[in-house]
Design a protein. Structure first.
Length: 771
RNA sequence: GCCGGGGUGGUGAAAUGGCAGACACAGAGGACUUAAAAUCCUCUGGAGCGCAAGCUCCGUGCGGGUUCGAGUCCCGCCUCCGGCACCA
């Protein structure tokens, strides 16, 4: 060992050696317990990794190495979420092709991950944009299709004529395109593919109970699914006996107080019931509503507007004729797209009634106190002016109405969800082609498995076309094909799948990444899955994490896997902001790269600081000063270990006191690493160094020094390897077992007992403990 | 507005209801050095007292409460950060 610690001398050396030794290959044997550790696979961006991204990768690397040392077969793979809009948009911006940028950026990520010493098994690397991968994404889509869970329907999208493209909701501001403020957006009805995730709503909700996830993520999924219990009822349209308005309500007990009905402007009945006198006003309102952005429309501060259709419905409970209005506070996509107006008990209906001069009957009385004068009474109470519900408590009244409705064929108790089916079609180039063919004779025909993958054709100009169809529609060799059923002429589907389809099953692929006969090898999946620890950002709470759970349940139902939850244990890493407290981004010029930090301090010092700066699941801001401390610490360990490397390990045993301290430290570090409390695990190691550095070499003993180096190995793999070899070992430290401690030896013989009087410290006593 | 999660020294942060501030960063002083860097040693929450070893009081966003004892548990606020937001 050199006199001074110089990471540049040792880190590249050992990285090369580990690669030569194939140190990080996933074990073939399935004799030992398994541990499948997975980070959400990244989309490789041209910006490369920042020190912020390492907040995820470094702690996971430590966990993987720790699990390996404690006797597990570890699967810890890495791959690239390479298909989808982010990759395409970045390539478009740089006027390059994604098939060229994706491998380049992925190679850069891989280089950076190796640079900081992450122990991935690169023989398991996957890339979702390669045909060998997306062949099976297509296969899964067809599985959903066969099971009736993928269907086509007309949906409306925001459209900008200048962009010649569909826009996301967030890109529509004041009804205009974000890039072209002079261009109002319109809605375009396109036939889209949907995944029927709503069919799994209850299971997705109930199974949250069984998984170990951060509470906020579970809550976000619960809210997103948005289960509401209530009743679906219907009232006939006066004078048109064949028409009725079906509506959902969570407060059927207030039905006697319904003084009007409201339809969403897009509701199909609007055109049929509007009277000639009202038609012009209604058409104007509907057109305006279509132009409005979703954001404006859902604004709670907006005044509630609406228009009378001229038609009436009959309230079958109160017997009254009530006017039918349209208003944009009613959403066509929720419930039945129609509501009963109960303004006495619903604040939104109250505001609408005030604005539109509609009556406000009060049908729920507060149990104590009095009715508010200037707003609705929305709490539960007691029925009032409500026929057979008078005097009934709200909960009982709800049941009574549901029973009455069933008996009189007016409706029933039901459940509604906020979650909607997943529109999976994208009119973009860089995605997985949808394996469907349209034949004049046979209609919608799935591409047979033998013909998969439907390959994405090479296109030089892959700009979004502006026709409402993907650029693939312009490639006639792609579009024109033969029908797999009848052999006649047919056209391929030209939309591609949303990028989130790729991440619905990639965790299965990692178990047998090169298997060619199916999406995965069943035995490999049975052994490795489900994922034991899944780590990623909280931003995926209701997209990837919900979609992947749903696909997993579909696979379970299809009996191709044996578990229902892909990620029984999930953790979110805390985001690292830039030193200025803002998000790290190239445009803000505040990105700190691992490359710069490794160059300056070494990979091990960078790793330690990532672990030490705070609890790994809490957000914090980057502060380079701390890396200095980590590097200084490693230098101090170097000085200590070097003594033994020079003079040889001491033969004698450490004193009882020192021995106890050694066992106590192993106990603490083991416990903290196991619980992912890396900051305090490292603090315990630093404390132990401060203790050991004060002793003479012969007072420590070989166990004290070797166990210390072993505990350092997962966190600082390079320097630990250097130490291990310098201490005379021929094999890599990364094949060694984690040191174990003796609980008896670790037990204190004396305890300090604190004497408090009225909570104030008054005295301390040292008391011996009998063995 | 609703739902989460936070608030502890100059900074990052520790603390099964039991010695608040471990471990670090920054800072101050000292050793080594011609000098600097590096390294090592000492001090480092606030106020006060003492020649000194040391001692006293205050202190975990604010106000209450439970308890022998509260950063930790309960109630009511303030504030910051996320998420959701007309879902009938």
């Amino acid at each position: 060992m050199d006199e001074r610690y110089d990471p540049k001398q040792i880190e590249p050396k050992w990285q090369k050696q580990w690669e030569l030794e194939n140190l990080y290959l996933t074990p073939e044997s399935r004799a030992r317990p398994k541990y499948y550790l997975l980070e959400m696979f990244p989309y490789p961006s041209g910006e490369g990794l920042s020190v912020g991204h390492l907040r995820n990768y470094v702690p996971c690397d430590v966990t993987g190495r720790f699990k390996r040392m404690t006797g597990y077969n570890v699967l810890h793979p890495m791959g690239w979420d390479a298909f989808g809009l982010p990759a395409e948009n970045e390539a478009l911006l740089k006027k390059l092709h994604p098939k060229e940028t994706v491998p380049r950026y992925a190679a850069n990520y891989k280089r950076q991950l190796k640079l900081v010493g992450c122990a991935y098994d690169w023989s398991h690397e996957i890339n979702s944009s390669l045909p060998e991968y997306y062949k099976w994404t297509q296969w899964f889509f067809l599985l959903l299709f066969r099971r009736g869970l993928a269907y086509r329907a007309v949906g409306s999208q925001w459209w900008c004529d200048k962009c010649r493209s569909v826009l996301a909701n967030e890109q529509v501001i004041d009804g205009r395109c974000w890039r072209h403020s002079d261009t109002p957006v319109s809605k375009k009805d396109l036939e889209q593919w949907y995944i029927k995730i709503t069919a799994y709503a209850d299971r997705l909700l109930n199974d949250l109970e069984s998984i170990d996830w951060p509470a906020p993520i579970k809550l976000m999924q619960r809210n997103w699914i948005g289960r509401s219990e209530g009743a679906e009822l219907s009232f006939p349209v006066v004078g048109q006996s064949d028409k009725e308005i079906r509506f959902f309500t969570t407060r059927p007990d207030t039905v006697f107080g319904v003084s009007f009905m409201v339809l969403a402007p897009e509701h199909p009945l609007v055109a049929e019931i509007t009277t000639p006198a009202q038609r012009a006003a209604v058409d104007r309102y509907v057109a305006a509503a279509r132009r409005e952005s979703e954001i404006e429309r859902l604004s709670t501060t907006k005044e509630k507007t609406g228009v009378f259709t001229g038609a009436f419905a009959k309230n079958l409970f109160s017997g009254q004729q009530i006017p039918i209005w349209i208003a944009d506070y009613v959403l066509v996509t929720y419930g039945t797209g129609a509501i009963m107006g109960a303004p006495g008990q619903d604040q939104r209906d109250y505001e609408f009634a005030k604005k539109s001069d509609l009556p406000i009957p009060r049908v729920t009385a507060p149990i104590d106190g009095s009715l508010p004068e200037d707003r609705a009474f929305t709490d539960y109470g007691v029925g009032l002016n409500s026929g057979f519900l008078d005097g009934l408590k709200t909960a009982d009244a709800i049941r009574a109405v549901c029973t009455y409705a069933v008996e009189n064929k007016l409706g029933r108790a039901t459940v509604t969800y906020r979650m909607r089916d997943w529109n999976i079609s994208r009119q973009r180039y860089w995605g997985c082609p949808i394996p469907i063919v349209y034949c004049e004779r046979d209609g919608v025909v799935p591409v047979p498995e033998a013909q998969l993958p439907v390959e994405l054709p090479d296109m030089l100009d892959y700009q979004p076309s502006g026709t409402g169809r993907s650029p693939l529609a312009n490639v006639s060799e792609f579009v024109n094909t033969t029908c797999p059923k009848c052999g006649g002429p047919a056209q391929r589907e030209t939309d591609t799948l949303d990028g989130f389809a790729c991440s619905c099953w990639y965790f299965l692929r990692f178990a047998s990444p090169h298997y060619s006969r199916a999406a995965f090898e069943r035995a490999a999946v049975d052994y490795w899955l489900p994922v034991d620890l899944y780590v990623g950002g909280a931003e995926h709470a209701v997209m990837h994490l919900l979609y992947a759970r749903m696909w997993t349940k579909v696979m379970f139902d299809a009996e191709i896997i044996g578990f229902q939850e892909p990620f029984p244990r999930l953790r979110n890493q805390g985001v690292i902001g830039a030193a200025d407290g803002q998000r790290m981004s190239k445009s803000k010029g505040n990105v700190v790269t691992p490359d710069a930090m490794v160059e300056k301090y070494g990979a091990d010092a960078l790793r330690l600081w990532e672990l030490f700066m705070g609890p790994f699941d809490e957000p914090t801001n980057w502060n380079e000063d701390g890396v200095v401390g980590s590097a200084r610490y490693l230098g101090r360990v170097w000085t200590l270990v070097r003594k033994y490397a020079e003079a040889g390990l001491p033969a004698g045993a450490p004193s009882a006191l020192t021995n106890r301290k050694i066992h106590q430290t192993i106990r603490t570090v083991t416990d903290h690493v196991d619980r992912m409390r890396f900051n305090t695990a490292l603090a315990a190691l630093m404390e132990q160094l401060n203790y050991l550095a004060r002793l003479k070499p012969e007072e420590i003993g070989s166990f004290g020094i070797e166990s210390y180096v072993l505990m350092l190995a997962p966190m600082a793999p390079h320097i630990a390897e250097e130490f291990w070899r310098a201490l005379g070992h021929a094999e890599s430290i990364h094949r060694e077992a984690w040191p174990s401690f003796d609980a008896n030896l670790a037990r204190d013989e004396v305890v300090t007992v604190v004497v408090q009087v009225n909570g104030k410290l008054r005295d301390k006593l040292e008391v011996g403990i009998d063995a």
